[in-house]
Design a protein around this ligand. Structure first.
Ligand code: ASP
Length: 334
């Protein structure tokens, strides 16, 4: 009997990291996708695996062009017959890559991202278990039509909402407010919500498009001088991680107004949970004030995801305020 094909692409990270030191310290990404697949007990009975090493990077050194190359590789794997695709990478930026992939993933087949918090040589390494869950998720018919998923510690999360919320724990991923959408239980993938997602964006016309969109976090006493120092010649947009529901100081609000007249400025909440406001506060630097000054609210998107949405919109079309506002309204709400 033939078994389905799953493609596994490896980008590096702790899941692929080994050490030459006798105490297992100073790990760096070294393992190939084949080696990762070979470490999962019983994988060959579940699926025919096509494994490919796409990069061997610590995830802080991944970037948008590398993720877009992984996207095209995953699309080609589905075109070649894979029923689903798994990408392994470092956990530090996993929430960002998964969301960028999701903005453009235009297939019903699942694309599942996973990683590990403990390296393969560590006692209780979690990589093989996470990879097995990710493959099961990629194989499950119930995963179809859900876009990009993150499988970690037996939970399944939507790319839009998942965040790394712990620097060391093996249950490092959560989806604030909305929670995981599924679980892997006794080898079965079970979903608690029906499939559905915003339509994917068209691919960038220019495969090399890489707009520069910095993210600034505001802070007590921020007078806006860092935002003012950003030259509009060197960037295409900017995202601000604001206090609470997206607020900034009165002085920073002035800087937001100046920058908004030059390029798109998006404000998000730095709290890690909950949306930006729309109509509650009226003081200088409040959401009402920032919207009036031309800035765009990120809604429920975290600052890093708002930055990627702005990157993707600028890579695929004009920096037209009405377009950007409409896309943030549609993609920033559940
Ligand atoms: N600590 C990271 C990881 O879990 C390292 C990285 O993101 O590459 O993989």
């Amino acid at each position: 009997m033939s078994i389905p094909t799953v493609a596994i692409g490896a980008l590096g990270g702790t899941i692929a990291s080994t050490s030459n030191a006798h105490d297992g310290s100073e790990i760096v990404p070294t393992l190939s996708a084949e080696r990762l697949a070979a470490a999962v007990p019983g994988l060959e009975e579940l699926a025919e695996v096509r494994a490919e090493t796409l990069a061997q990077l610590p995830s802080p050194s991944l970037d948008e062009p590398t993720v877009m190359r992984a996207l095209r590789w995953a699309q080609a794997a589905v075109d070649a017959g894979a029923v689903g695709v798994v990408l392994t990478q470092g956990t530090d930026t996993l929430e960002e890559s998964a969301y960028l992939l999701d903005l453009f993933w235009d297939r019903p087949e699942p694309l599942v991202v996973t990683g590990a918090m403990r390296s393969p040589q560590a006692a209780g390494a979690d990589g093989p278990a996470n990879l097995l869950t990710a493959v099961r998720c990629a194989l499950a018919p119930a995963s179809r039509g859900r876009g990009v998923l993150v499988a970690f510690d037996d939970e399944i999360h939507q790319a839009r909402w998942v965040a790394k919320t712990d620097s060391m724990s093996t249950s490092a991923f959560r989806s604030p407010v909305f929670g995981p959408i599924g679980r892997c239980v006794e080898a079965e993938i079970v979903y608690g919500v029906t499939a559905g997602r915003p339509a994917p964006l068209p691919p960038p016309q220019d495969e090399g498009a890489d707009p520069r969109v910095p993210l600034l976090a505001t802070y007590l006493g921020d007078d806006g001088h860092v935002l003012d120092a950003l030259s509009p010649a060197g960037i295409q947009g900017v995202v601000i991680a604001g206090f609470g529901a997206g607020h900034v100081s009165a002085a920073m609000a002035e800087a937001v107004g100046r920058k908004s007249s030059e390029l798109p400025v998006v404000f998000a909440s730095r709290t890690g949970s909950g949306p930006t406001g729309r109509a509650m506060y009226g003081y200088p630097g409040s959401e009402i004030d920032l919207l009036a000054r031309g800035a765009i609210g990120a809604g429920w998107l975290s600052p890093v995801k708002a930055r990627l949405l702005l990157w993707a919109l600028l890579a695929t079309g004009p920096a037209d305020a009405a377009r950007l506002r409409a896309e943030f309204a549609a993609r920033g709400t559940p």
